[in-house]
Design a protein around this ligand. Structure first.
Ligand code: AMP
Ligand code: ZN
Length: 488
């Protein structure tokens, strides 16, 4: 499907207006999107990666709708504190203090670990990966331009006066939906703040201390505040106003309201910097006490994508798991759920293999039109990936249709969903668990010998081989409808 000249309609839920809105680009034909990126003091957990799978699906959908996408994802390598307030430590400084590595080495290591997960999940490269520390001079310029009218200086830094802009915190649910000013209350007190919600946009290095990352500024040596980073990189790379700003729902409460306040100050108006603010819901884990809990990487043990791979799950099974839920719904992680997602992906691949080698697909086939329409309607309705997946499955199952046309339709659907349906082989999904003892060559030899024995109806030998394989930790699955045949 070629991109239509007239872009398709796309309706997206805007957290700011709390409505589903029709996407109207600021610059005709373009879509400029900013995604809050990871704080690189540790490995990302799979909950974090849900935020990037969501942003990727959004970007792919904008592309498919016919907009030229300009996507920015930042890397936060400075400024994100351990608490919501301004009294915590910088997460990266803290990680470096407990290690022999420099802060720069730590940031580089975890940035690459994050990029590995991005690649494994088939998340496309954005136009810009903006690294926060590359923008510190620009952050100082931005802060200078708003300091006189919107900021005040305390011993610990330069603070943003949240009462100096209209409707501070309008984005946050906790402030406006139930009337309680929970967001403001959650910010730790720094003595001398004018309002509890005021936040540091520049943090001075305390006298007598030194930080690995610090810069000179008109407010003394120190480091920028986390919220300042995203305002500045968004403005520099996309220009205000840009179209869409994304992040997880935790950002809707503090980080994004603070970004908006800075953007209003910078623009000298009520403009929030981005027209649409979109937030993915959490991936949660069942806790010991039975209730679901948000996954958190500051709390010791957490689920990394690599752990899923080590246990024998292809990373795209996790992408499938994400797509099975709407991005605004909470998603509970379970190993059973992941196994089911892997099986579903495998079924899709088996069906896609049948059309993979069909011709170029210039032919149209009217019988495929309903599937195309259902898929489009689902994606255009605030990225309804669960519905889009069923349209894709039904299209794959459609009988007596032109194979080339089907292949072209599947290709265009997969451009949006990113499951690699026309490139992955089903054998790619078979990942050896890390602790599997079976030797590859011995395994292949025994499986082949068993296949021969079965072909010759020598069941005594084939059963003996099955027992030997079982002793190696390999289960053979004769007649498996998914043709999985064996698993470790
Ligand atoms: P961080 O590295 O902590 O700044 O988080 C990176 C991204 O992951 C942000 O967009 C967060 O809002 C998002 N996020 C954090 N925890 C979760 C979770 N459990 N599920 C989904 N998204 C999350
Ligand atoms: Zn951000």
């Amino acid at each position: 499907m070629n991109a239509p000249r007239q872009p398709r309609e796309l309706r997206l839920f805007n957290s700011l207006t709390r409505k589903v809105e029709s996407f109207k680009p600021v610059h005709p034909g373009e879509a400029r999107v900013y995604t809050c990126g990871p704080t690189v003091y540790n490995y990302p957990h799979i909950g974090n990666m849900r935020a990037y799978v969501f942003a990727d699906v959004l970007g792919r959908t904008l592309d498919w709708c016919g907009f030229d996408l300009i996507h920015v994802i930042n890397i936060t390598d400075v400024g994100h504190l351990t608490g919501d307030g301004d009294t915590g430590e910088d997460k990266l400084e803290k990680a470096a203090a407990g290690s022999n590595a420099t802060i720069w080495d730590i940031a580089r290591h975890y940035t690459h670990a994050y990029w590995d997960d991005v690649k494994a999940l088939n998340i496309r490269q954005p136009a810009h990966w903006s690294i926060a520390t590359d923008y510190v001079p620009a952050m100082i310029d931005f802060a200078k331009s708003i300091a006189a009218d919107h900021c005040y200086e305390l011993e610990s830094g330069l603070y943003f006066d949240t009462a100096s802009v209209a409707h501070y915190g309008a984005l946050a649910r906790s402030v406006t939906e139930d009337g309680a000013e929970e967001t403001r209350g959650r910010i730790a007190e720094v003595s001398g703040k004018r309002n509890a919600a005021d936040f540091a946009i520049w943090r001075k290095t305390p006298a007598g201390e030194s930080r690995q990352m610090e810069w000179n500024s008109p407010w003394g040596r120190g480091a920028p505040g986390w919220h300042l980073e995203c305002s500045v990189m968004g403005e520099k790379l996309l220009g205000f106003p840009f179209d869409i700003h994304t992040g997880g729902i935790d950002h809707r409460e503090i980080h994004h309201p603070n970004e908006i306040a800075q953007n209003q100050a910078f623009c000298g108006s009520d403009a929030s910097g981005a027209n649409i603010w979109m937030h993915n819901n959490f991936l949660v884990e069942r806790r010991e006490d039975g209730g679901p809990g948000k996954m958190s990487k500051s709390s010791g043990e957490f689920l990394r994508l690599q752990l899923l791979i080590d246990r024998g799950y292809h990373p795209l099974a996790y992408r499938m798991m994400c797509l099975q839920a709407h991005y605004r719904s909470e998603l509970e992680f379970s190993w059973d759920g992941l196994r089911a997602a892997l099986t579903r992906l495998k079924r899709l691949l088996i069906a896609a293999e049948r059309v993979r080698d069909a011709g170029s697909g210039d032919a149209e086939d009217a019988k495929l039109q309903p599937f195309r329409e259902r898929f489009a309607a689902a994606m255009q309705d605030d990225l309804n990936t669960p519905k889009a997946l069923t349209a894709l499955e039904d299209a794959l199952a459609a009988k007596k249709v032109d194979a080339g046309a089907k292949r072209a339709l599947i290709a265009s659907m997969d451009d949006v969903l990113g499951l690699g349906l026309l490139t992955l082989a089903r054998s790619d999904l078979r990942i050896r668990p890390k602790d599997a003892a079976a030797d590859e060559a011995v395994l292949a030899e025994k499986l082949e010998a068993r296949r021969k024995a079965r072909a010759q109806k020598d069941f005594a030998t084939s059963d003996a081989l099955r027992d030997k394989l079982a002793a190696m930790g390999v289960e053979v699955m004769d007649g498996d409808p998914l043709e999985w045949e064996w698993k470790i």
